[in-house]
Ligand binder design. Structure first.
Ligand SMILES: C[S@@+](CC[C@H](N)C(=O)[O-])C[C@H]1O[C@@H](n2cnc3c(N)ncnc32)[C@H](O)[C@@H]1O
Length: 248
Protein backbone atom coordinates (compact mmCIF):
# COMPACT_ATOMS: atom_id res chain seq x y z
CA UNK A 1 0.00 0.00 0.00
CA UNK A 2 1.26 3.47 -0.86
CA UNK A 3 1.35 5.57 2.31
CA UNK A 4 2.90 8.83 1.00
CA UNK A 5 0.47 11.61 0.23
CA UNK A 6 -2.42 9.93 2.01
CA UNK A 7 -4.75 11.18 4.71
CA UNK A 8 -4.12 8.07 6.80
CA UNK A 9 -3.52 8.99 10.45
CA UNK A 10 -1.20 6.19 11.61
CA UNK A 11 -2.16 6.54 15.28
CA UNK A 12 -5.88 6.31 14.44
CA UNK A 13 -5.40 3.28 12.18
CA UNK A 14 -3.32 1.54 14.87
CA UNK A 15 -6.36 1.62 17.19
CA UNK A 16 -8.37 -0.39 14.64
CA UNK A 17 -5.44 -2.67 13.86
CA UNK A 18 -5.42 -3.69 17.54
CA UNK A 19 -9.14 -4.57 17.50
CA UNK A 20 -9.27 -6.35 14.10
CA UNK A 21 -10.10 -9.82 15.43
CA UNK A 22 -13.31 -8.55 17.03
CA UNK A 23 -15.11 -7.20 13.96
CA UNK A 24 -17.75 -9.91 13.76
CA UNK A 25 -18.38 -10.31 17.51
CA UNK A 26 -21.67 -8.46 18.16
CA UNK A 27 -20.81 -8.23 21.86
CA UNK A 28 -17.17 -7.17 21.28
CA UNK A 29 -15.48 -3.83 20.68
CA UNK A 30 -17.58 -3.07 17.62
CA UNK A 31 -20.88 -3.59 19.46
CA UNK A 32 -22.02 0.00 18.69
CA UNK A 33 -21.63 -0.57 14.94
CA UNK A 34 -23.49 -3.90 15.15
CA UNK A 35 -26.28 -2.17 17.08
CA UNK A 36 -26.47 0.64 14.51
CA UNK A 37 -26.23 -1.64 11.49
CA UNK A 38 -29.95 -2.26 10.83
CA UNK A 39 -30.81 1.44 10.88
CA UNK A 40 -27.83 2.58 8.83
CA UNK A 41 -28.32 -0.22 6.31
CA UNK A 42 -31.93 0.86 5.91
CA UNK A 43 -30.77 4.42 5.13
CA UNK A 44 -27.98 3.33 2.78
CA UNK A 45 -30.19 0.87 0.91
CA UNK A 46 -33.01 3.38 0.40
CA UNK A 47 -30.65 6.11 -0.79
CA UNK A 48 -28.98 3.84 -3.34
CA UNK A 49 -32.33 2.46 -4.54
CA UNK A 50 -33.75 5.98 -4.95
CA UNK A 51 -30.69 7.36 -6.74
CA UNK A 52 -30.32 4.47 -9.17
CA UNK A 53 -34.05 3.73 -9.50
CA UNK A 54 -33.85 0.19 -8.13
CA UNK A 55 -36.79 -1.90 -6.91
CA UNK A 56 -35.84 -3.32 -3.51
CA UNK A 57 -38.42 -6.11 -3.80
CA UNK A 58 -36.32 -7.66 -6.60
CA UNK A 59 -33.80 -10.43 -5.96
CA UNK A 60 -30.49 -8.58 -6.63
CA UNK A 61 -31.59 -4.95 -6.83
CA UNK A 62 -28.06 -3.52 -6.85
CA UNK A 63 -26.81 -5.73 -9.72
CA UNK A 64 -24.64 -3.71 -12.09
CA UNK A 65 -23.63 -1.14 -9.45
CA UNK A 66 -19.95 -0.88 -8.50
CA UNK A 67 -19.66 0.07 -4.82
CA UNK A 68 -16.62 1.07 -2.78
CA UNK A 69 -16.74 0.79 1.03
CA UNK A 70 -13.79 2.94 2.09
CA UNK A 71 -12.62 2.22 5.65
CA UNK A 72 -14.57 -1.04 5.45
CA UNK A 73 -13.27 -2.52 8.71
CA UNK A 74 -14.37 -6.16 8.89
CA UNK A 75 -16.97 -5.73 6.16
CA UNK A 76 -20.14 -5.14 8.21
CA UNK A 77 -21.56 -3.08 5.33
CA UNK A 78 -19.79 -4.79 2.41
CA UNK A 79 -21.55 -8.10 3.01
CA UNK A 80 -25.15 -6.82 2.90
CA UNK A 81 -24.30 -4.72 -0.18
CA UNK A 82 -22.89 -7.82 -1.92
CA UNK A 83 -26.03 -9.77 -0.97
CA UNK A 84 -28.08 -7.09 -2.72
CA UNK A 85 -26.08 -7.76 -5.89
CA UNK A 86 -23.54 -4.89 -5.92
CA UNK A 87 -19.97 -5.51 -7.10
CA UNK A 88 -18.25 -4.56 -3.82
CA UNK A 89 -14.68 -3.37 -3.21
CA UNK A 90 -13.83 -3.01 0.51
CA UNK A 91 -10.73 -0.99 1.34
CA UNK A 92 -9.12 -0.31 4.69
CA UNK A 93 -5.90 1.35 5.86
CA UNK A 94 -5.49 -1.19 8.70
CA UNK A 95 -3.89 -4.29 7.14
CA UNK A 96 -5.20 -6.76 9.73
CA UNK A 97 -8.80 -5.90 8.87
CA UNK A 98 -8.41 -7.37 5.40
CA UNK A 99 -7.90 -11.09 6.23
CA UNK A 100 -10.62 -10.84 8.90
CA UNK A 101 -13.05 -9.44 6.31
CA UNK A 102 -11.93 -11.93 3.62
CA UNK A 103 -12.35 -14.95 5.89
CA UNK A 104 -15.83 -13.86 6.97
CA UNK A 105 -16.93 -13.23 3.37
CA UNK A 106 -15.68 -16.67 2.32
CA UNK A 107 -17.58 -18.28 5.19
CA UNK A 108 -20.67 -16.34 4.09
CA UNK A 109 -20.25 -17.47 0.47
CA UNK A 110 -19.82 -13.89 -0.79
CA UNK A 111 -17.50 -12.50 -3.47
CA UNK A 112 -15.99 -9.23 -2.17
CA UNK A 113 -12.76 -7.63 -3.36
CA UNK A 114 -11.02 -6.58 -0.11
CA UNK A 115 -7.85 -4.51 -0.33
CA UNK A 116 -5.36 -2.85 2.01
CA UNK A 117 -5.18 0.53 0.30
CA UNK A 118 -6.10 4.21 0.57
CA UNK A 119 -8.69 6.41 -1.09
CA UNK A 120 -5.93 8.63 -2.47
CA UNK A 121 -3.97 5.78 -4.09
CA UNK A 122 -7.13 4.30 -5.60
CA UNK A 123 -8.20 7.68 -6.96
CA UNK A 124 -4.72 8.21 -8.44
CA UNK A 125 -5.03 4.79 -10.12
CA UNK A 126 -8.25 5.99 -11.81
CA UNK A 127 -10.71 3.63 -10.07
CA UNK A 128 -14.37 4.68 -10.43
CA UNK A 129 -17.53 3.66 -8.58
CA UNK A 130 -21.27 4.30 -8.73
CA UNK A 131 -21.43 4.46 -4.92
CA UNK A 132 -18.83 5.33 -2.27
CA UNK A 133 -19.74 4.33 1.29
CA UNK A 134 -17.70 6.33 3.76
CA UNK A 135 -19.09 5.35 7.13
CA UNK A 136 -17.53 6.37 10.45
CA UNK A 137 -14.12 7.08 8.88
CA UNK A 138 -13.82 10.83 8.25
CA UNK A 139 -13.35 11.49 12.00
CA UNK A 140 -10.25 9.26 11.92
CA UNK A 141 -8.30 10.83 8.99
CA UNK A 142 -5.56 13.47 9.11
CA UNK A 143 -7.06 15.81 6.49
CA UNK A 144 -10.84 15.47 5.97
CA UNK A 145 -10.98 17.76 2.90
CA UNK A 146 -8.20 15.92 1.06
CA UNK A 147 -9.83 12.60 2.00
CA UNK A 148 -13.28 13.71 0.79
CA UNK A 149 -11.73 15.05 -2.42
CA UNK A 150 -10.29 11.57 -3.06
CA UNK A 151 -13.78 10.12 -2.40
CA UNK A 152 -15.20 12.56 -4.98
CA UNK A 153 -12.57 11.53 -7.51
CA UNK A 154 -13.49 7.86 -6.97
CA UNK A 155 -17.10 8.49 -8.06
CA UNK A 156 -18.39 8.33 -11.60
CA UNK A 157 -20.27 11.48 -12.64
CA UNK A 158 -23.72 11.20 -11.03
CA UNK A 159 -22.31 8.82 -8.39
CA UNK A 160 -23.55 8.73 -4.79
CA UNK A 161 -21.42 9.40 -1.69
CA UNK A 162 -22.80 8.33 1.70
CA UNK A 163 -20.84 9.58 4.69
CA UNK A 164 -21.57 9.18 8.39
CA UNK A 165 -19.71 10.59 11.37
CA UNK A 166 -20.23 12.16 14.82
CA UNK A 167 -21.29 15.74 15.58
CA UNK A 168 -19.06 17.93 17.78
CA UNK A 169 -20.89 19.41 20.79
CA UNK A 170 -21.30 18.83 24.53
CA UNK A 171 -23.90 16.10 23.98
CA UNK A 172 -21.68 14.13 21.59
CA UNK A 173 -18.85 14.31 24.13
CA UNK A 174 -21.22 12.99 26.82
CA UNK A 175 -22.72 10.23 24.61
CA UNK A 176 -19.94 9.10 22.26
CA UNK A 177 -16.98 9.43 24.62
CA UNK A 178 -18.14 9.46 28.27
CA UNK A 179 -21.15 7.15 27.65
CA UNK A 180 -19.88 4.74 24.99
CA UNK A 181 -16.20 4.57 26.02
CA UNK A 182 -16.00 5.36 29.76
CA UNK A 183 -19.35 4.18 31.18
CA UNK A 184 -20.77 1.46 28.90
CA UNK A 185 -17.27 0.43 27.73
CA UNK A 186 -18.71 -0.44 24.31
CA UNK A 187 -15.46 0.90 22.82
CA UNK A 188 -11.92 1.09 24.24
CA UNK A 189 -11.10 4.44 25.85
CA UNK A 190 -9.46 6.75 23.30
CA UNK A 191 -11.19 5.26 20.24
CA UNK A 192 -12.58 8.71 19.47
CA UNK A 193 -11.05 12.16 19.79
CA UNK A 194 -13.75 14.74 20.35
CA UNK A 195 -11.76 17.44 18.53
CA UNK A 196 -11.88 15.36 15.31
CA UNK A 197 -15.69 15.21 15.33
CA UNK A 198 -17.37 17.31 12.61
CA UNK A 199 -20.64 19.24 12.77
CA UNK A 200 -23.23 18.58 10.01
CA UNK A 201 -22.74 22.09 8.60
CA UNK A 202 -18.97 21.65 8.55
CA UNK A 203 -19.35 18.30 6.78
CA UNK A 204 -21.73 19.78 4.18
CA UNK A 205 -19.17 22.54 3.57
CA UNK A 206 -16.31 20.03 3.21
CA UNK A 207 -18.42 17.91 0.83
CA UNK A 208 -19.14 21.00 -1.30
CA UNK A 209 -15.47 22.01 -1.31
CA UNK A 210 -14.60 18.45 -2.40
CA UNK A 211 -16.81 19.00 -5.47
CA UNK A 212 -19.95 17.11 -4.43
CA UNK A 213 -23.52 18.34 -3.94
CA UNK A 214 -25.12 17.40 -0.59
CA UNK A 215 -28.68 16.12 -1.03
CA UNK A 216 -29.71 14.75 2.36
CA UNK A 217 -28.72 14.38 6.00
CA UNK A 218 -30.31 12.49 8.87
CA UNK A 219 -29.52 11.63 12.47
CA UNK A 220 -29.15 8.20 14.02
CA UNK A 221 -30.69 8.40 17.47
CA UNK A 222 -30.21 5.90 20.30
CA UNK A 223 -33.14 5.35 22.67
CA UNK A 224 -31.74 4.04 25.99
CA UNK A 225 -35.21 2.86 27.08
CA UNK A 226 -36.06 0.72 24.03
CA UNK A 227 -32.30 0.10 23.45
CA UNK A 228 -32.97 0.78 19.75
CA UNK A 229 -31.48 3.09 17.13
CA UNK A 230 -33.75 5.02 14.77
CA UNK A 231 -33.40 7.58 11.96
CA UNK A 232 -34.36 11.18 12.68
CA UNK A 233 -34.84 14.07 10.27
CA UNK A 234 -34.38 16.58 13.11
CA UNK A 235 -31.96 15.17 15.66
CA UNK A 236 -28.41 15.18 14.24
CA UNK A 237 -26.94 16.02 17.63
CA UNK A 238 -24.65 12.96 17.92
CA UNK A 239 -24.47 10.38 15.10
CA UNK A 240 -25.54 11.40 11.61
CA UNK A 241 -25.28 10.46 7.94
CA UNK A 242 -25.15 12.53 4.75
CA UNK A 243 -25.86 11.79 1.10
CA UNK A 244 -24.18 13.73 -1.72
CA UNK A 245 -23.80 13.43 -5.50
CA UNK A 246 -20.90 14.01 -7.82
CA UNK A 247 -22.34 16.35 -10.45
CA UNK A 248 -22.80 14.87 -13.97
C1 LIG B 1 -15.08 3.14 12.96
S1 LIG B 1 -14.40 2.06 11.80
C2 LIG B 1 -15.73 1.98 10.62
C3 LIG B 1 -15.74 0.71 9.82
C4 LIG B 1 -16.86 0.59 8.78
N1 LIG B 1 -16.84 1.72 7.86
C5 LIG B 1 -18.19 0.50 9.44
O1 LIG B 1 -18.85 1.54 9.58
O2 LIG B 1 -18.60 -0.60 9.82
C6 LIG B 1 -13.21 3.06 10.95
C7 LIG B 1 -12.38 2.27 9.94
O3 LIG B 1 -11.70 3.19 9.09
C8 LIG B 1 -10.38 2.73 8.87
N2 LIG B 1 -9.61 3.90 8.50
C9 LIG B 1 -9.18 4.92 9.28
N3 LIG B 1 -8.56 5.85 8.53
C10 LIG B 1 -8.62 5.40 7.26
C11 LIG B 1 -8.18 5.92 6.02
N4 LIG B 1 -7.55 7.08 5.94
N5 LIG B 1 -8.41 5.21 4.89
C12 LIG B 1 -9.04 4.01 4.95
N6 LIG B 1 -9.47 3.47 6.11
C13 LIG B 1 -9.28 4.16 7.23
C14 LIG B 1 -10.00 2.07 10.18
O4 LIG B 1 -8.93 1.17 10.02
C15 LIG B 1 -11.31 1.39 10.56
O5 LIG B 1 -11.39 0.09 10.03
Amino acid sequence: MQTDNTTVDAAEVAKFEAMAAEWWDPTGKFKPLHMMNPVRLDYITRQIAAEFDRDLSGEKPFAGLRLLDIGCGGGLLCEPMARLGAEVVGVDAAPRNIPVAQTHAEQSGLQIDYRHDTAEAMAAAGEKFDVVLNMEVVEHVSDPLAYLTACHDLLKPGGLHLCSTINRNAKSFAMAIVGAEWVMRWLPKGTHEWSKFITPDELYELIRKAGMTPVDRKGYVFNPVSWQWSISARDLSVNYVTAALRPE
